[in-house]
Design a protein around this ligand. Structure first.
Ligand code: BGC
Length: 856
C-alpha cells in the first residue's frame, strides 16, 4: 500500500493555532506518554464533558437538588452510609427468601437497594419496610440482571447485536423494561458493553462483539430502550434505570479467562474499548458498574482515574457507580489492603454503591470518625444515589404503580413474543449455504476441494442450487440434541425467563398448530414432528465432569441411556432414508456466560463424531448451531452444506428457526465477532493493524503462522441471505474517484456539517426469497497518520429492507468524527491526508471504494 504523509511543518503550524483556540480544554500530547512529540499533533474538538452536560439537564434539576439536600440534612452518617449498601436477596420459586439480616438492616435504614428479588408481592413487602419502618422512609432500589429480556427472552446480546438493527435492539430493551417494571424492578444491570476480541471468554455472549462503533450504537439503543429516549422519562413507570457495565475493559481479560488481569495502552483503550461506555454516557445512562478486573495495575473498583477522571470529569457522567458483586471485598485478593483500606480506596475512587461486600457499611463510619475518610466523600456518593431515586420518581411513588395483576397482563404477551420472534430471525447468521440439491434426488458429495477459495466465494445463496431454504416437500431427517430441547433456548443470564415458555424447533414443526402471536402459514401444514423423522444422534455432552459442573448451576443436562455408538447408528439409519439432514448442535447455555471460559472453542467431541458420520452418508447437511461465542468450525465447514448460527434464540426460538429453514424469511444477521480458524489465532479481529511486515504468502519474514492462514474462517460483518445483492454508486460516480474535503473551515467540533461527505449507493437484490434484507457496511482507513491505524474500521452501517422493491438507494454520511481517532493520551486527532472509504456487505466483501482527501 502506498503511504502518503502530510507535511510535518504544516501540522506544526496548525497545532499551534489550534492549541491557542482550544485551550484550556484541548491538551497537547504530554511528553513521556506515548512517546510522541507534542508539536506534531493536531488536536480537534473540545472536551466532550462540556457537550454532554446538556444531556443531564433535567427539567427539575433544581427541585432535585433541593429535595435531596433537605433530605440529607436530616440524615445521620450511618443512614447516609446505609444508602451506599446494596445486598442481594435470594429468590426461590415460591417467593423471596429474605435473609433476616437484610430485613433488619432495611428497617434500620442501612440499605440503599437490594437485588435479585422481584414480583409485586416481594417488592412491596421490602419497600414497605423501607418506607414505613425507617426513620426517614427513603425508598429502595430494586435491581436485577435483566440482560436480554425479563420474562420474554430475546436472543443473547451477542445474537441481538448481529441484527445490526438498532430500532429492534431498542425495542427488546423496552419490552424488558415494561416486563421487569411490572415485577417491581427499577434497575437493570444492563447493557453490558465490553468489547471482546477473545472467544474463549464466556461473557462474549453478553456483549455486542468486537467493534467499538457497532458496540456504541447497541449500547446507546439499549439505554434508550430501558430508560426512555429522554432523560426526564426515567420516572415513567415502565422505564427502568440502566447500568452500563463492566467499566472498564473487562472484555480484555488476559487469555480469555474470566476475572483476569487487563493491561492495555491508553491508545488502545480510547480507540477500541472505551467508545461503547462513552456512548452509553452520552445516551444518558444513569448508572455504571465497576468491573472486577484490574487495569494496568489498578483494579477498576478503586481506580480513581477510571471512575472519576475519565468517567465523570472527561465524559460528564453524572449518575451513580455501583461495584460488581463483592467487588470491594475482592480488592483484598488483589492485594489492595485490609477491609478498611479497600473500603476507603473504593469510595475515594468513585464507587458509590457497594454490591454485597458490606464493607462500606461496616467500615466507613469508623473511617470517618478516624478522619481517614472525609464525610464529604460519603455525602457525594449518597447524593448520587438519592438523585437517581429522585429521577426514578421513587420519592413520589416508591411502589411505581405496583399492581399485582399487571405481570399477568404484560408478561410474555403475544405482542412481546412477536418482538422476540423478529429479534431471533434477524439475529441468525447464515455462514455458508453452498450445497447443490435437487429435490428428492440429492447428489453425491462434491469434492470439498472445490471450496478451496473458502466459503466466501459463493456468488449466490438461497437459489435452487443451495440447500437452504429447504423445500417444504423435502424428506427431512431431524437430528441432534437441540431439536427438541427447550432448556437451552433462552441461554445464560435469562432473567426471570422460563424455558418452558420457549418454543422448541420440534414444537414449531407441529403440524397445523397455530402459535400465539404467529399466523398459520403453509409451512405449518406439513407434519414433520413424526417421531420416525427424528433421532437424537448424540447427547449435548458426554463429559461427565463437565456435565456435573454445569448441572450444579442449573444446567439440567441429561444423557440418554443409549451408548454414543447406538445414538449415531440410529441417526445414520434415519439419514439414509431422507433427502436432507437438519442437525442441531452446539453449546449448552451454561457453556457460555459468566465464569464459563473455554480453552477449546470447538463443538464437543461427541457432537463432531455424529457430524462426521452423517456427512459420510453423502446427504446434504444443514448444521444449525446453538452457541454463545464464535466457535472454531474449521472441520464443520467441510462437513456441512449449510451452517446457520442461531445463538441462544430466546422464547420464540423454534418458530424463527423453522421459518428461516423453509424460506418464509431470509436470514439477515451479520457477525459482530470474528470466527477464527483455530483458537491459536485468538485474539483475532477485523480492525487489526498492518504491521511493518504485512502477510505475504511468499515471504518468510512476514507476519504469519507456519501452520495456518492469518485470515479468519468467517470475518466480522459476514452473513449470507437467500439471494445476493449488487452494489453501485447512486450518483453515477466511479470507484476510483477521489473526494476532496477542505478542513480549513472545520468548526472544531466533530460531527458538524462543516466536514462531511455524502455517499449515495444503489443496492439491488437478486434471486432468493421475498423479504430480502442486506446490511451495508462502511469502513474507513487512514493511509498515513501520526499513530499506526487499523486497516479498516466500521464507521457506518445501514440495514436495508427491500420489501417488494428490487433496489434501494442508501446515503451514507461520513463526518469528521469518522476520520478522527484518539492519541495516546486520549485526545482527539484529525489529520489531513488520504482516507480510504469502502462500502460492502461484510468486512471482507467491500466492493465500493472512494478516496477521501482531507486538505487544509
Ligand atoms: C456480574 C455482573 C452482575 C452481578 C449481579 C456479577 O457477578 O459480573 O454482571 O450484574 O453479578 O448479579
Amino acid at each position: 500500500m502506498q503511504l502518503h504523509s502530510p507535511s510535518p511543518s504544516f501540522r506544526f503550524v496548525l497545532a499551534i493555532a489550534l492549541t491557542a483556540i482550544l485551550a484550556p480544554n484541548s491538551i497537547m500530547a504530554q511528553p513521556g506518554k506515548g512517546n510522541v512529540k507534542p508539536n506534531k499533533i493536531k488536536p480537534i474538538a473540545t472536551s466532550t464533558a462540556a457537550t454532554n452536560t446538556h444531556r443531564w439537564f433535567l427539567p427539575d434539576t433544581l427541585g432535585m437538588h433541593k429535595y435531596v439536600s433537605d433530605l440529607m440534612a436530616k440524615m445521620t452518617l450511618e443512614e447516609k452510609i446505609g444508602q451506599l449498601n446494596l445486598p442481594t436477596v435470594g429468590f426461590d420459586v415460591t417467593g423471596p427468601v429474605l435473609s433476616k439480616d437484610v430485613e433488619v438492616k432495611i428497617q434500620k435504614g442501612l440499605v440503599g437497594g437490594v437485588f435479585n428479588t422481584f414480583t409485586p408481592v416481594a417488592v412491596r413487602k421490602l419497600q414497605q419496610k423501607a418506607i414505613k419502618e425507617t426513620r426517614l422512609g427513603i425508598p429502595l432500589l430494586f435491581g436485577f440482571d435483566v440482560i436480554h429480556g425479563h420474562r420474554t427472552i430475546f436472543p443473547i446480546p451477542l445474537g441481538l447485536s448481529c441484527t445490526w438493527n438498532m430500532d429492534l435492539v431498542e425495542k427488546t430493551a423496552h419490552v424488558a423494561a415494561v416486563e421487569s417494571t411490572t415485577d417491581g424492578l427499577n434497575w437493570t444491570f444492563s447493557p453490558m458493553v465490553d468489547i471482546a476480541r477473545d472467544p474463549r471468554w464466556g461473557r462474549v455472549s453478553e456483549g455486542a462483539g468486537e467493534d467499538p462503533f457497532l458496540g456504541s450504537a447497541v449500547g446507546a439503543a439499549m439505554v434508550r430502550g430501558y430508560q426512555g429516549k429522554q432523560q426526564y422519562q426515567l420516572n415513567q413507570p415502565s422505564n427502568i434505570l440502566a447500568c452500563m457495565k463492566h467499566f472498564g475493559l473487562y472484555g480484555a481479560a488476559e487469555a480469555g479467562r474470566d476475572y483476569n488481569t487487563v493491561d492495555m495502552s491508553e491508545y488502545k483503550m480510547y480507540n477500541d474499548y472505551f467508545p461503547p461506555y462513552r456512548a452509553c454516557v452520552e445516551a444518558g445512562v444513569g448508572s455504571a458498574m465497576a468491573s472486577f478486573n484490574d487495569i494496568n495495575g489498578m483494579p477498576a473498583t478503586c481506580n480513581r482515574w477510571l471512575l472519576t477522571e475519565v468517567l465523570r470529569k472527561e465524559w460528564g457522567f453524572n449518575g451513580m457507580v455501583s461495584t460488581d458483586y463483592t467487588g470491594i471485598a475482592e480488592l483484598i485478593n488483589h492485594g489492595m489492603g485490609d477491609e478498611a483500606t479497600v473500603a476507603k480506596r473504593s469510595l475515594y475512587a468513585g464507587s458509590d454503591m457497594d454490591m454485597v461486600s458490606e464493607l462500606f457499611l461496616n467500615k466507613l463510619s469508623e473511617l470517618v470518625k478516624q478522619n481517614r475518610v472525609q464525610e464529604s466523600d460519603v455525602d457525594l456518593a449518597c447524593r448520587r444515589i438519592l438523585n437517581i431515586k429522585y429521577r426514578l420518581g421513587l420519592f413520589q411513588d416508591p411502589y411505581r404503580q405496583l399492581n399485582d395483576k399487571a405481570p399477568a397482563m404484560v408478561h410474555v404477551s403475544n405482542e412481546h413474543r412477536a418482538v422476540a420472534y423478529q429479534a431471533a430471525i434477524e439475529s441468525f447468521v447464515l455462514l455458508q449455504n453452498d450445497w447443490v440439491m435437487e429435490e428428492a434426488a440429492p447428489r453425491t458429495v462434491p469434492a470439498r476441494g472445490a471450496k478451496s477459495g473458502g466459503p466466501f466465494q459463493i456468488a449466490q445463496s438461497g437459489d435452487s442450487q443451495s440447500v437452504l431454504p429447504i423445500s417444504p416437500s423435502a424428506n427431512i431427517a431431524w437430528v441432534g440434541p437441540f431439536i427438541k430441547d427447550k432448556r437451552n433456548l433462552i441461554g445464560n443470564w435469562s432473567g426471570a425467563g422460563d424455558h418452558k415458555q420457549a418454543i422448541s424447533l420440534w414444537e414449531a414443526l407441529h403440524a397445523g398448530k397455530k402459535w400465539e402471536g404467529q399466523p398459520l402459514t403453509e409451512i405449518e401444514n406439513r407434519s414433520w414432528d413424526n417421531e420416525s423423522n427424528y433421532a437424537l444422534g448424540c447427547n449435548a455432552l458426554e463429559d461427565e465432569a463437565l456435565i456435573a459442573r454445569l448441572n450444579a448451576h442449573g444446567g439440567m443436562i441429561e444423557k440418554s441411556e443409549k451408548s454414543p455408538q447406538t445414538l449415531i447408528e440410529e441417526a445414520l439409519a434415519l439419514a439414509k432414508t431422507k433427502d436432507v439432514v437438519v442437525v442441531y448442535l452446539g453449546e449448552t447455555s451454561g457453556m457460555s456466560g459468566e465464569a464459563a471460559s473455554r480453552s477449546n472453542i470447538q463443538l464437543p467431541e461427541n457432537q463432531k463424531a455424529l457430524l462426521r458420520a452423517l456427512a459420510a452418508t453423502g446427504k446434504p447437511i444443514v448444521l444449525l448451531l446453538m452457541n454463545g461465542r464464535p466457535l472454531d468450525l474449521s472441520e464443520e465447514v467441510e462437513l456441512a452444506s449449510a451452517i446457520l448460527v442461531t445463538w441462544f434464540p430466546g422464547t420464540q426460538a423454534g418458530l424463527a428457526v423453522r421459518d428461516v429453514l423453509f424460506g418464509k424469511v431470509s436470514p439477515s444477521g451479520k457477525l459482530t465477532m470474528t470466527f477464527p480458524r483455530s483458537v491459536g489465532q485468538v485474539p483475532i479481529y477485523y480492525n487489526a493493524k498492518n504491521t511493518g511486515r504485512p502477510f505475504d504468502e511468499k515471504q518468510k519474514y512476514t507476519s504469519k503462522y507456519l501452520d495456518m492462514p492469518n485470515s479468519p474462517l468467517f470475518a466480522f460483518g459476514h452473513g449470507l441471505g437467500y439471494g445476493s445483492t449488487v452494489l453501485g454508486w447512486g450518483d453515477g460516480s466511479r470507484n476510483e474517484d477521489t473526494v476532496v474535503l477542505k478542513m480549513g473551515t472545520v468548526a472544531f467540533k466533530m460531527g458538524t456539517a462543516a466536514l462531511k461527505v455524502s455517499l449515495s449507493i444503489n443496492v439491488s437484490a437478486t434471486g432468493g426469497t421475498q423479504n430480502r434484507v442486506e446490511t451495508l457496511q462502511l469502513y474507513v482507513h487512514q493511509r498515513s497518520a501520526m499513530f499506526t491505524r487499523p486497516l479498516k474500521e466500521l464507521k457506518g452501517f445501514e440495514k436495508v429492507f427491500f420489501g417488494d422493491q428490487a433496489s434501494r438507494t442508501v446515503v451514507f454520511e461520513v463526518s469528521a468524527k469518522d476520520f478522527s481517532y484518539f492519541d495516546a493520551n486520549g485526545q482527539p486527532m484529525l489529520e489531513p491526508g488520504l482516507y480510504d472509504v469502502w462500502i460492502g456487505s461484510a468486512s471482507d466483501k467491500l466492493s465500493l471504494h472512494k478516496l477521501v482527501k482531507l486538505v487544509e
